[in-house]
Design a binder for this molecule. Structure first.
Ligand code: AHR
Length: 497
């Protein structure tokens, strides 16, 4: 089969906010304890962080990490996680039904993020708490000194404020499973009042209101409309969350799931713009896709877990090759709407539905999904270009008119590099791709990275990296045209300069 593309430097979708390559660490399973923090580990830093994990996080070039939840934040008292370790309470953590020892809290996480070269995206508890706890936490984190909470932070050994810019107003408050679940009216009012108070403490912050927990929520998209009707002038972003899985082993349909994701993004944009019109507002609302990933492999094991242990293995999905392909496709969905999707967090980062796995006391390794995430995070910086694409289409059990070639293009104006990301999502048919790079005539191939495997179910383990990229792709340029072979079910990064 054949596909054609045309790329022109003037077809700009928008500037890419690097924060679309964010991730997420929740106090859940072994994400924190045994993941980022393990004081007895051979690689532990003086603060108790695993250096091997930090090194892998840096390889991914993660610009922002959401913390501390997730569902967990809706029952979290931030005060439990600050001050002398010996005074920190062990609490029942109700979202995941574990014991939370609070060895890591706000200050430790801010220190970890700094070492990982990442910003913190902090979530406040709007489940069991509200305006007061949120404004106090912000004062604790960001106020320089001379007030009760800023001086408390200083007394805890953190003279410099953490200067956390991005704050989430709760988590998945539309979900009946959420502790302190609310109706859209209740949440909209509370989020707006919390936003107002937080802005009085620190007007420089950016705020994210909770959108729907996934596209299938019965209240979607009315939830967004009502929430934004209350909060439009006080918040900067509305959140989107979505996880996919392949429980029926229909890989053809699975690899087409991003068609749904694209529609989800378009519907949220339309809803934002509807409220903008109703309010006669000049402000544009942006999207924070702050939870996204594949999540289904571990669900059965988790349903059998005994409650109230400390940091048990939970949500430890072992990812296969087809999951990596879908993750690449999801990342391209953000690039396609880089004008409106300004933040996104791969949920999560270590051990819990994560690109990085660890063994307690043992090694850390890269899951299959590590690679497309790294490729797009490292090379997808600059402006997103809109390619004109002609591709074969096909039908699957669940979808019609699935484009065989999925692609996104990034031009980095500073380094003058052009990067073409591409997925041949067909399970049997190879594709010859021809790309007209008008406007980039003198460009030559720098590298053609390929992730391919003849077993879509292949996984990586601590001893065996079965799924990893190679750089033997055959892309070549001739008279302003790139040609490349994309074998069936394969992920590509073609870099030109
Ligand atoms: O990332 C795992 C969980 O998924 C988060 O805690 C929650 O927000 C979502 O339902």
């Amino acid at each position: 089969k054949k596909a054609n593309m045309a790329i022109d430097p003037s077809f700009v979708v928008g500037k890419i906010d690097p924060r679309i390559y964010g991730s997420f660490i929740e106090h859940l399973g072994r994400a924190v304890y045994g993941g980022v923090y393990e004081p007895d580990h051979a690689s532990a830093t003086k603060e108790g962080f695993r250096q091997d994990v930090l090194d892998l996080v840096k390889e991914l070039n993660v610009p922002i990490v959401r913390y501390p939840g997730g569902n967990m934040v809706s029952g979290y008292n931030w005060e439990d996680g600050v001050g002398p370790l010996k005074n920190r309470p062990k609490k029942l953590e109700l979202a995941w039904r574990v014991l939370e020892p609070n060895y890591v809290g706000t200050n430790e996480f801010a220190t970890w993020a700094k070492q990982a070269n990442a910003e913190v995206m902090m979530a406040v508890n709007l489940g069991t708490r509200g305006v007061d706890a949120a404004r106090n936490l912000l004062e604790y984190c960001n106020h320089p000194e001379g007030s009760y909470y800023s001086d408390l932070r200083i007394s805890h050994g953190y003279k410099q404020p953490h200067a956390i810019k991005t704050w989430c107003l709760g988590n998945e408050m539309d979900g009946p499973w959420q502790i302190g679940h609310k109706t859209a009216e209740e949440y909209g009012r509370l989020a707006n009042e919390t936003a107002k108070a937080m802005r009085l403490v620190d007007p420089s912050i950016e705020l994210v209101a909770c959108g729907s927990s996934n596209v299938d929520m019965p209240t979607f998209p009315e939830w967004e409309a009502t929430t934004l009707a209350h909060t439009y002038e006080e918040v900067d972003y509305i959140s989107l969350h979505q996880y996919y899985g392949n429980p029926t082993d229909d890989s053809a349909s699975y690899l087409a799931k991003t068609l749904e994701m694209d529609r989800f993004i378009e519907t949220v944009i339309a809803t934002c713009d509807y409220i903008k019109a109703k309010k006669r507002s000049k402000k544009t609302m942006y999207l924070s896709f702050d939870e996204w990933n594949v999540w289904y492999h571990s669900r059965e094991a988790d349903s059998k877990m005994e409650p109230w242990s400390v940091a048990p293995p939970q949500l430890e999905d072992v990812y296969n090759f087809e999951d990596a392909l879908l993750v690449g496709s999801m990342l391209m969905s953000f690039l396609k709407r880089a004008d409106r999707v300004k933040m996104a967090c791969l949920a999560q980062l270590v051990n819990v539905i994560a690109p990085i796995m660890t063994e307690n006391g043992g090694p850390a390794w890269r899951q299959t999904i590590f690679y497309p995430y790294m490729h797009v995070s490292v090379f997808g910086r600059g402006v997103s270009l809109q390619p004109v694409v002609k591709t074969p289409y096909y039908d699957t059990k669940a979808y019609t008119d699935v484009p065989q070639l999925d692609t996104a293009v990034v031009y980095n104006e500073e380094s003058e590099q052009l990067t073409i990301f591409g997925l041949n999502r067909h399970l049997e048919d190879d594709l010859t791709v021809t790309i007209d790079i008008r406007g980039f005539e003198s460009y030559q191939i720098k590298e053609h990275i390929v992730l391919e495997n003849n077993d879509v179910k292949a996984v990586n383990t601590k001893d065996d990296d079965r799924v990893k990229p190679h750089t033997n792709g055959n892309a070549k340029v001739d008279q302003g045209k790139v040609t490349a072979h994309f074998s069936s079910a394969s992920w590509h990064v073609i870099r030109l300069e």
